[in-house]
Design a binder for this molecule. Sequence first.
Ligand SMILES: [Zn+2]
Length: 240
Amino acid sequence: MENVTSEQIDTLVEFQKKETEIAGIKVFLNNSPEKLDVFDEKINEFQQALEEKELDFKKMKKKYRENESDVQVNLEKIKKKDIQLMSIKSNKDYQALLTAIEDLKTQNSGLEDEMIEFLDVLDDNEAALSKERAEFSLIKDQILTEKNELEQKCENKRKKLSDLNSDLNKISEKVAPDLMKRYNSIREKIKGVAIAAAKNSVCQACYINIPPQMYNELYKSDTLNFCPNCQRIIYVKNES
Ligand SMILES: [Zn+2]
């Protein structure tokens, strides 16, 4: 069995702690762009829904104004035809002109009825829209605040990551190369912690009992020991 000092084990445990923390931060930072996109998507969704309603509102307003101007045009036509009436000699032409004037009046009456309906809808929509605009502004602020918080958190994590990486470099220099090699190969194989404490005869990584004789050996702490079940490096923690 290889010899190892308890200081080396402590250093390795510290190394693993930093490495685990780094891995957690990396996962967080890898997932954050997607989370940040979700905030933008939410805003866009609300904005699009609102813009569609604004557009419908504008179309209806435009239609109202078109009716209004059509009514004016018809009124002008009626006025001209009224004047024409006075100079017409044939009865037939007179009747035709009267019919044309009646048609225009009927048209205007239809247009005006439509306008009254539009006005009701426009009033309702105007109120609903201004409420929704206010709601959207609140929601947008809220989402942007959350997004900002996440961005700030990412920024802090990036700083923390850089600190941890430099810590890790310093600690790794204190670990014997052979021990580090062992540690790395276990870590790669297991894809998790490579060194685990044994507490009350139980490996704290796989939670399987360690044979009593082996557990007693751990207290000598001058050799490198491995969990017979999960093959991780095990060490004993002071149970005080
Ligand atoms: Zn184990």
